[in-house]
Design a protein around this ligand. Structure first.
Ligand code: ADP
Ligand code: MG
Length: 719
């Protein structure tokens, strides 16, 4: 495909000057082209970029810097101060490679001089530089000056080989720092982006010109260029603000379109309150509902009595007791001879709900579990019962969405852990109402509560109920960071819990790259513990690579208390409910995000007994420490989300998954609250003026909204 190559030069960070805006029309195909087709990006580089999800030109351009380093402080060599980080430029005079005396670390030393003096630049563990650097080369060096043994040593952090036409991308001006990975260095990203960036001049602007003017926003092309290569902090800020507003606007427009669409839809059946059935359900519970559960249920009950379909979000931290509220709601459908359904993101969770249904609902309704695990004949039988209405409460995974699943008369739908589903998946169930041809009432549940005003905006079209506190009488999970030197004490403590009849989770480190490696780690750890620290107790292992039946058996054995120690991968992150488990041990805790750790910790503290979360970590870096410290400080999910944002400058909790299908690259809902509210207002005004975004001036916006929702909302604009 040689003629298909793009006119972009790549050569180790050297490239042409920032080009002038062109009049070239937008060519979507250009941005959809694979990175590998761009001349200069080697196949192997492209593969590495793909591991970060960077496949097309558009992906690269939207891979925004996380932050910037300010390298404007270039110094003359004689101006260097001890211990200070700075940038210098000079000519290589000589190069030697050697190993340090004591630790045998490879070190490359180069004498570099400018017209004021000479320093000895040194690099550790980068032997290849010994071959690359030659006398006469001009280098720009970023590093710190630390005289050692009388020598003027400059320890290099990053360097760039200069030639005349070169732009300085690594060591001068504001240097973007990109989210990188082990395989893809920030340096590589800078280089590749530097080459691709000129193309962004041709990016179309989804924001209508009028709005851009009234909000005083830079154009898309300018903003993209400036966010990657700002000439000043102000320029970077302004560019970021514009891109954030754009993302949030796309999201809000999408959500409002969605709301409008839902409102045009059919009516729901108004469900009468079946007082006797409710009474039997509530009195059969082994506990009394808390005040907050009762309030949430009252709000739901009010919705269910109306013929406007309920669209309510039930938010409550892990363990706050959302499930019984959900079942109470589902029973209202049953009371009228209709059906209820609950959809969960994982098989394990669906099975758990089936179990809860068996315990809590018992004979009040017939429950049916529909997952991908059923055999063909089991599935056929289940579908039959669902279609006839014999199955009154249907519990399942994505499997519920399949075309052959037909309900008799679906009146109430619960979507658990709703942020794990895309917008269209969530609503496809709503279109399966069956005989009544009415829309079912929808209850969405999430374990990531956020403040109400924010929730109303983020979720666009949902009403919100919140269960803030868990069931009373429970004390918060005691969380401890366990140092490697105290590991033995940790096990000793856990054995005492086991001796009291309690159960224990051991979660193995997250290994994002490979599920099979993670599984292998768990297996090895289980073996080790079964023959060592926990040899007196039954230990089992649970991971994603096990056969479903095996997984089920293991979970059942743990639930029944036969298995005392469950060694698992992050599979247990969501929804598992074993109140007798009082210890959560997390290995390699620094490898998890705060949100994940919070979820894991939520697996214990679900019964009366005091529970413990032991975090093992060898990471010494300040950021890992700070993150883990936050977890020790609070058990409040929302507070943790805010901390997470502060510490990492980005939030998993409020990432794309939280916002439905929209992929938020720069915007962070907690940090950019004001922009979010502004976007909401702007979106409403735009749609008021042009409800389907049909006007020519709004077409680019419509296209971008579709793209932002990954095509999920394509039907919205047409419907
Ligand atoms: P989540 O909100 O995370 O889905 P669950 O609904 O799984 O939480 O509830 C967590 C645990 O608390 C379950 O074992 C459940 O039976 C129990 N539970 C729920 N409500 C109450 C209550 N009012 N009093 C005591 N325990 C409760
Ligand atoms: Mg739950």
């Amino acid at each position: 495909m040689s003629e298909a190559r793009l006119p972009v030069a790549f050569a180790g960070g050297r490239s042409q000057k920032r080009p002038q805006p062109t009049r070239l029309s937008f060519d979507p195909a250009l941005f959809a082209r694979p990175v590998a087709e761009i001349s200069g990006v080697a196949r192997q580089t492209a593969r590495r970029l793909a591991s970060l999800g960077l496949v097309t030109v558009a992906d690269l351009i939207a891979h925004y810097p996380r932050r910037y380093e300010d390298y404007r402080d270039r110094k003359r060599i004689t101006e260097l101060k001890v211990g200070e980080e700075a940038t210098v430029r000079g000519t290589v005079r000589s190069v030697v490679s050697e190993r340090t005396m004591r630790k045998r670390v490879a070190v490359v030393r180069a004498a570099v001089s400018d017209d004021t003096g000479t320093i000895e630049a040194c690099w550790y563990n980068q032997l290849y530089l010994g071959k690359l650097l030659v006398e006469g080369m001009i280098l720009s060096l970023r590093g710190s000056y630390r005289p050692q043994r009388g020598r003027a040593t400059f320890v290099v952090k990053s360097h760039e080989i200069l030639d005349e036409e070169s732009d300085l991308v690594h060591t001068e001006g504001f240097v973007p720092v990109y989210p990188a990975s082990e395989q893809v260095s920030a340096r590589l990203l800078r280089t590749v982006l530097h080459g691709v960036l000129p193309l962004s001049r041709r990016l179309p602007d989804p924001l209508p010109a009028r709005l851009r003017v009234s909000e005083r926003l830079p154009s898309k092309a300018d903003a993209v260029t400036a966010v990657h290569q700002p000439r000043s902090p102000d320029e970077a800020r302004e560019a970021r603000a514009r891109l954030v507003l754009e993302e949030l606007l796309l999201m809000q427009v999408g959500l409002l379109l969605h709301r409008a669409r839902e409102r045009r839809r059919a009516k729901a059946p108004a469900l009468a309150q079946q007082a006797a059935l409710r009474e039997r359900f509530v009195s059969g519970l082994p506990f009394a509902l808390t005040q907050e559960q009762l309030e949430a249920l009252a709000e739901i009950d009010a919705d269910l009595g109306h013929s406007d379909p309920m669209r309510r979000l039930l938010q409550g931290d892990v363990g706050s007791g959302k499930t019984v509220v959900a079942f109470a709601a589902l029973l209202r459908a049953v009371g009228e001879g209709r059906q209820g359904a609950i959809m969960a993101p994982t098989e394990t969770l669906a099975e758990q709900h089936a179990q809860t249904a068996a315990e809590r609902i018992g004979t009040l309704a017939t429950a049916e579990l529909l997952t991908a695990r059923l055999s063909t004949s089991q599935r056929r039988a289940a579908l039959q019962r669902i279609a006839t209405g014999e199955a009154q409460i249907v519990i399942g995974t994505h499997a519920l969405l399949q075309g052959d699943v037909a309900f008799h008369d679906l009146a109430v739908v619960v979507v658990d852990e709703q942020h794990r589903f895309g917008v269209s998946a969530r609503d496809r169930l709503a279109r399966k109402a069956g005989a009544s041809r009415k829309a079912p009432h929808m209850l969405y549940m999430t374990a990531t509560p956020i403040p109400r005003t924010l929730a109303l905006t983020v979720y666009g079209d949902l009403d919100v109920s919140t269960i803030a506190a868990g069931p009373q009488g429970r004390s918060p999970v005691v969380t401890r960071l366990v140092d490697e030197s105290r590991r033995a004490d940790g096990y000793e403590f856990v054995r005492k819990q086991l001796d009291r009849g309690r159960q224990v989770y051991v979660v193995c480190p997250a290994i994002e790259e490979s599920e099979s490696i993670q599984a292998a780690t768990a297996v090895a750890e289980a073996e080790r513990l079964a023959g060592g620290e926990f040899r007196d107790y039954r230990v089992a292992v649970l991971h994603g690579q096990l056969k479903p039946a095996r997984r089920e058996q293991t979970m059942a054995a743990f639930k029944a208390g036969d298995v005392r120690v469950l060694v698992a991968t992050t599979l247990v992150e969501v929804g598992i409910d074993v109140p007798n488990a009082t210890v959560m041990m997390v290995e390699g805790a620094d490898r998890f995000g705060l949100a994940q750790l919070h979820q894991l910790r939520g697996r214990v503290g679900r019964g009366e007994a005091r529970s413990y979360c032991l975090l093992f970590s060898q990471a010494e870096g300040p950021s890992a420490q700070a993150r883990l410290a936050a977890l020790l400080e609070t058990t409040d999910g929302f507070a943790l989300a805010d901390r997470d944002l502060e510490l990492r400058g980005e939030g998993q909790l409020f990432g794309s998954r939280q916002a439905g299908a929209v992929d938020l690259k720069l915007a962070r809902l907690a940090r950019d609250r004001e922009a979010l509210l502004r976007a909401r207002t702007l979106a409403a005004a735009l749609l008021q003026d042009d409800p389907r975004l049909a006007k020519p001036v709004n077409r680019p916006l419509a296209g971008a909204v579709e793209a932002a929702f990954g095509g999920e909302l394509a039907w919205l604009l047409k419907a």
